[in-house]
Write a protein that binds this ligand. Sequence first.
Ligand code: ZN
Length: 569
Amino acid sequence: MPARAPEMIAASNFDEIAAQPPDFARLQAQYDTIADRLESAQTAAEGVRAFEEWDVLRRGFATWAALAELQFQRDTADAEYKAGVDLLNELRPKIEGLDVAMKRRFLRSPLREPLESALGEYLFARWETDVTAYDPVVEAFAVEESTLQDDYTALVAAAQIPFRGEALNLSLLGRYMEDPDRETRREATVAKWRFFEERAGEIDRIFDGLVRVRDRMANELDFSNFTELAYRRLARTDYGAAEVALWREEIQREIVPLAERIVQRQARDLGIERVMLWDEKVFSKTGTPKPPQQYGAMVAAGRESYNALGPELGSFAGMMFDRELVDLQSRKNKASAGFCTAFPEYGLPYVFANFNGTTHDVNVLVHEFGHAFQTYSSRNQPALEYLWPTYEACEIHSMSMEFFMWPQLERFFGDKAQQYRIEHLTSTIAVLPYAAAVDHFQHLVYEHPEASPEQRHGFWRQVEAAYLPWRRYDGVPHLERGAFWHQQRHIFIVPFYYIDYTLAACCALQFWIRSLDDYEGALTEYKQLCARGGTLPFQSLVRSAGLQSPFEAGVLRGAAQRAAAMIGV
Ligand code: ZN
């Protein structure tokens, strides 16, 4: 159904919309009416109408929920916004309960077959997955989980880290961690980890609570452990933990040795004996290329770049800036996250980030805008589920956009654009082993829910040795203990999500190779994939764009060879 006119939402009326939370009793009555309508439906058209009414309610709640969360992230110290997310945490499981009940009604409807033809078989497959991942018996656990997640978000957002006479949040400190001066990078890294060390007890308490509550939820729902439940929550319908284990092996085989060669080469380029943790993101003595430091110049370069990619992408990016559907500048009490969210009632996305003057800022304008463009392209798909695909497919859109932007990079980096391209390719490769480590770590954690914080640190050291054998951080006690994962937000907020970046990277690298050979053709294929939204499961979406699934053996070999040639290792 068509989304509401875009004119109706902009930064100026967020507070107004956020201040109108849904009334649960009223919503419940509306769900009852829709349920009656579905029960008494005689034709598929009547069933579809019932579905459409439900979808309108879902889009409305999703919009309010996105705004409540966004406003809190924009100012984590504001009591009203905090009350908004508290209310959301309370409402979300209840409304999920209503939605699951409705999904069950559709799944067992006598009209299911014609409804499947009208709305898509995959929608019903998604619902089959959703209904097994939810039951009212876990409602209280879900509330507890959300509260712990918010504790972690607030703890990290509140960071005021003393550094050379200033108090910096993590995002601003990040700038010094990539400084061309090695000692500055080391000091900034040490300062960051001192912050985490000082709060280690609190972070371990939060995570311990999360592991326990997640494990109990899985038990209540009759899963053998939380891993299985987490895969369902991520709506992974066409692969499981076994495929992901094979995929990690592919990374270990094809990428870890390449990454090791890259690190050795990096040491030579930097003129140092060995690459330490604080050197990993720096590839040349003169430092990482810097984008324009003025916000206005960044926005101008962003607009021009998208215009150069054609009228469709140009007008999309223009709309994002003109309607202030972005919050990109860092400030006190703003959450340190970077993400894209959306208001499905209006068919509009929103991009949130904290510019810090590094390449990260360009990445936001490219990566998060890739997400935003996709969900905007699929805004008129007929079901909420279809607006975004599952996470791993979502990252294809964002990471591929990073490669489609390659010809425009002079606008941001001038004569350092080529250096940026090589560093971008290198870091795309480098993320694969790290993400495999984060994924493997979580599998170990939830296979052993009884483990102590010290044992969990042991799990981290174990995966670090397997996937990141080159990593050194002498003199940072918190890391020597095995607590690097304390900084990885996804582990706390969206368990098992992180591997999705690698599944997507595998596809983005394929788009990269195609764009080098036939740019226009690849971009057209990409835009078509974006418009398909979430109408298909991951592997089907991948194949619909003519790409190879990451679970096909040897899928990384070609990309690894081409990347090695370009990087020169
Ligand atoms: Zn992303």
